[in-house]
Design a protein around this ligand. Sequence first.
Ligand code: FES
Length: 81
Amino acid sequence: MISAKYYAGETILETARRRGLMINTNCVQGFCGSCQVSLLKGAVEMRKNKALTQKQLDSGAILACQSVPQTSDCLVEIDSC
Ligand code: FES
């Protein structure tokens, strides 16, 4: 597990990149789904989601490029590493 300090307003993608972690991306606007990761703990708010289905959301999928943490701890699994 790798932890990263979070700065208010950052997305999961921005935090990961600042920490040197790679997450696949394409549009970075919530449309393509390339940045899909799994939220294992905590809560996020997605600014936009035009890629994930309700079934994917229900299983914990989030868009890293659009997700802003809403809890003090978030644990995310990056499947694409
Ligand atoms: S990079 Fe396309 S939805 Fe995040």
